[in-house]
Ligand binder design. Structure first.
Ligand code: IMP
Length: 433
């Protein structure tokens, strides 16, 4: 039995999609277990670019069954939009895409609720996709609706008739004097969602059985984490996190596959760090339009796949990645976007933090403490060569090799892959299972 997980060890956007695409074909199932259409996975095949935010990256491979697990929150219009976009690109999606009947559904009022909250002083800079309010309703138990319920029209109407008036009151209260909020009509929402339900129906099933039966039959599963480990609701930089478990700890609850089946955990890091939205970021390079931060942003095309927001950019933070490597149980790491750092005279890696005159190498529990930490850097020589055509480790400039080796030493894990460009071909395999 073989279950692999690909997980980001930073604040998301580590290029996990590329790794999932590379090894997805060695698996029978590719499964998402957390988040929703707040994720952004870009896969490049030559001149073809696929951008997915809700469907698992595995959906691109017709020989793999893609599964949206129960831990994911599903916005049906986005699901159908991505299915249609794949069909237009010649990738047909049918029985090979399954979505859990236990997965909670995002409704337009979730986005309105989030938008009203984000206008208050509690803003955390979300993606605005209704993710937080949908999970709130799930865990609050009274306002959540699961995908399976969409297939029962009478039941769905009754639930929405009870929930929507309450939601209208909440949204009005959140907006306060600012007003300008839209009132939702339960019947209208219900009619709209019953339309989606008909198209979703063939994909909806209890995916926990699908996956566990698959395991019994010797099938291999690849779990694709969305967001990064530092955005995990329990272990990330709370409250500047997402509302799900992006760490592999979310697999058991978010898919129904017991953790004992996991045999390989691949931690993905960028050769530098990025973050979108608010929250502490000790190694951030806020060095202006002519600075290194802007240079990395431009070369690395560091703009959000979902929202188009410019990502905040900083040096590699080994304290943070060592912490998430520990929590994720990673066996190995892959270092992505190394090519982006070409041309810099020197590079920095954060090896510790300084707080109130004390040096520490552990990641603080509280975001407000992390905010006060200053990075302690080690400086390494840069390299001038373009790396995008390098295919073997031996052909990397010495400085680039040393940089990767230092990351590996600091995280205390072997590096299995170095990526030097978005295309599948731009990959250097160092070792593999
Ligand atoms: P939410 O997930 O939309 O609620 O946003 C919460 C925080 O997580 C915000 O800072 C977002 O920018 C961040 N976030 C959510 N999804 C991603 C992602 O896929 N990549 C990077 N940041 C993300």
């Amino acid at each position: 039995m073989s279950c692999t997980c690909v997980v980001g060890l930073q604040w998301g956007d580590e290029a996990k999609g590329k790794i999932v695409d590379l090894i997805g074909g060695d698996h029978d199932f590719v499964v998402r277990y957390n988040g929703g259409n707040n994720a952004g996975h870009t896969v490049v095949w030559g001149d073809r670019i696929f951008k997915l935010s809700l469907l698992p990256t595995g959906t691109l491979n017709p020989n793999v069954t893609s599964v949206i697990g129960n831990g994911v929150v599903v916005y049906p219009p986005q699901f159908l939009k991505e299915v249609d976009a794949l069909a237009a690109g010649g990738i047909s999606v049918g029985k090979n895409l399954a979505v859990s009947d236990h997965a909670h559904v995002i409704f337009p009022y979730h986005m309105a609720e989030e938008s009203a909250t984000e206008k208050t002083d509690s803003s955390i800079g979300t993606t605005g996709r209704g993710i937080g309010p949908c999970y709130q309703d799930k865990f609050g138990r009274t306002g959540g609706i699961r995908l399976g319920e969409l297939l029962h029209p009478k039941h769905l109407r009754e639930r929405l008739q009870s929930i929507v008036p309450r939601k209208n009151r909440v949204i009005r209260a959140l907006a306060g004097d600012a007003g300008g909020v839209k009132e939702f009509d339960a019947d209208q929402v219900c009619d709209e969602y019953l339309g989606y339900a008909e198209r979703l129906r063939p994909h909806v099933q209890d995916t926990a059985y699908l996956l566990n039966d698959g395991l019994k039959a010797g099938k291999r599963i690849l779990f694709e984490a969305a967001q990064g480990s530092l955005l995990d609701v329990d272990h990330g930089t709370y409250p500047y996190v997402t509302s799900s478990h992006s760490l592999p700890s979310g697999i058991w609850s978010g898919s129904g596959v017991p953790a004992k089946h996991l045999t390989r955990i691949i931690g993905v890091v960028k050769a530098y760090t990025t973050r979108v939205g608010r929250g502490p970021f000790p190694t951030e390079l806020a060095d202006g339009p002519e600075g290194i931060g802007e240079r990395i942003r431009k070369i690395g095309r560091e703009y959000g796949t979902v929202t188009g927001r410019p990502r905040r950019v900083g040096w590699f933070d080994a304290v943070a990645s060592r912490y998430t490597a520990m929590l994720s149980g990673a066996d190995e790491i892959t270092v992505m976007l190394l090519d982006v750092l070409s041309g810099l005279d020197e590079l920095r890696i954060c090896v510790a933090y300084e707080l109130d005159g004390q040096r520490r190498t552990t990641f603080p529990s509280d975001a407000f403490v992390l905010e006060r930490c200053t990075p302690v850097y080690e400086t390494l020589p840069g390299w001038k060569e373009d790396l995008t055509k390098v295919r073997k480790a031996a052909d990397l400039p010495v400085a680039a090799r040393k940089y990767v080796e230092r990351i590996s030493e600091l995280i205390a894990l072997p590096v299995s892959v170095v990526s030097v460009g978005p295309d599948r071909a731009q990959t250097i395999m160092l070792q593999g299972k």
